[in-house]
Write a protein that binds this ligand. Structure first.
Ligand code: PMP
Length: 331
């Protein structure tokens, strides 16, 4: 590994055995620790592929600008990558996302535009606004302006076929029975499912969905319907993106915030691993998949990012109380 360039530190993250949930299920449940990436989330992989693809297609050159709509993690990944490639970065983010992520983005030099959180069907949705901003900017900029379009740009899926899936396959020595994760853009689930099933079509793939998302009902009943809400960030959606469309999914599970947060808090107590809410949803899915597959199976999920990125929410008594969510005794 070349160690002088931060871009080369993206990927090749550790696979960690989650001891307590493994004991509970009689399976080996492993988490791909994506918070080890330079931008501290799974989204560094998509960010790198989006920028490299823009250069390869000659859509941008040094001095150009990347524009993206993001819940934050893709923005942070892009900030790391853009700095290395000499590009500017403009981020459109819903106001509802954690202040921690917004602060990191500002520190990393991204130009941040905060907008109201409205559904995708609304023309003011953050993704649609980011596209418009990119189109406007490209008229007056001569080094290239590229809209990342992480939801429908399938180099996102390609990143996970070529990196995440291959890493999981070699880290488990091909002894993997099941994989599950949640979906924001769908890039992780699509890429890992394609990559693993290319190696062994019997690997069982499950979607792990939070409440408030329509994908669980889509997999179960072919209907986009949502129930409930979730405080998790970066996951859950009401539409089928071009990345999600590619995912090879056998089954789906849905998990409440209460269940996910209890897993996050237990993991802090038992293994000193501090994760964000989407990782809690993922591990809950892995437990459900383990119960379905039976004992002694090897199951992998994604530990998407670090819980400190949401401290003002998931480690904040007042916030948790206001949402009727569990409060760990040590808080
Ligand atoms: N967890 C977190 C915390 C995220 O930010 C994201 C991406 N928005 C995901 C999970 C989902 O990843 P993907 O976009 O590949 O579906």
């Amino acid at each position: 590994m070349e160690t002088t360039n931060i871009i080369n530190q993206i990927g090749n993250t550790p696979l960690i055995k989650l001891k307590q949930v493994s004991e509970l299920t009689g399976c080996n449940i492993y988490g791909k620790a994506e918070y080890f990436n330079p931008g501290e989330s799974v989204k560094d992989r998509a960010a790198l592929y989006i920028v490299k693809d823009a250069f390869e297609r000659k859509k941008i050159e040094k001095g150009g600008i990347i524009v993206e709509g993001t819940a934050g993690n893709t923005g942070i990944g892009l900030a790391v990558v853009c700095k290395e490639f000499g590009l500017g970065l403009k981020i459109v983010i819903p106001k509802t996302q954690s202040n921690e992520k917004k602060d990191i983005l500002k520190k990393l030099g991204a130009d941040l535009i905060e907008v109201d959180a409205v559904p995708y069907s609304n023309p003011k949705n953050y993704i649609k606004q980011s596209k418009e901003i990119a189109e406007d900017l490209s008229k007056k900029h001569n080094h290239g302006v590229v809209w990342g379009n992480q939801f429908d740009n399938t180099v996102n899926t390609k990143a996970h076929i070529e990196t995440t899936a291959n890493e999981i396959w070699s880290q488990t020595a091909g002894k993997i029975d099941g994989f599950t994760c949640s979906v924001g853009t769908g890039g992780t689930l699509a890429g890992v499912s394609i990559g693993l099933k290319n190696k062994n079509k019997n690997v069982k793939i499950a979607l792990s969905d939070p409440m408030g998302s329509s994908l669980y009902s889509f997999i179960k009943d072919k209907k986009l319907e949502s129930k409930g809400t979730s405080i998790t960030e970066g996951i859950g959606t009401g539409r089928i993106t071009k990345n999600f469309e590619k995912a090879l999914i056998d089954d789906a599970f849905q998990t409440s915030d209460e269940e996910a947060l209890n897993i996050v808090y237990d993991l802090i107590e038992n293994q000193n691993i501090i994760l964000g809410g989407s990782s809690g949803i993922n591990i809950a899915g892995a437990i459900k998949l383990a119960k379905q597959l039976g004992k002694n199976k090897n199951i992998v999920t994604i530990l998407c990012d670090d819980g400190r990125r949401y401290a003002s929410k998931i480690f904040n008594k007042e916030f948790l109380k206001s949402k009727n969510l569990p409060i760990p005794k040590w808080l």
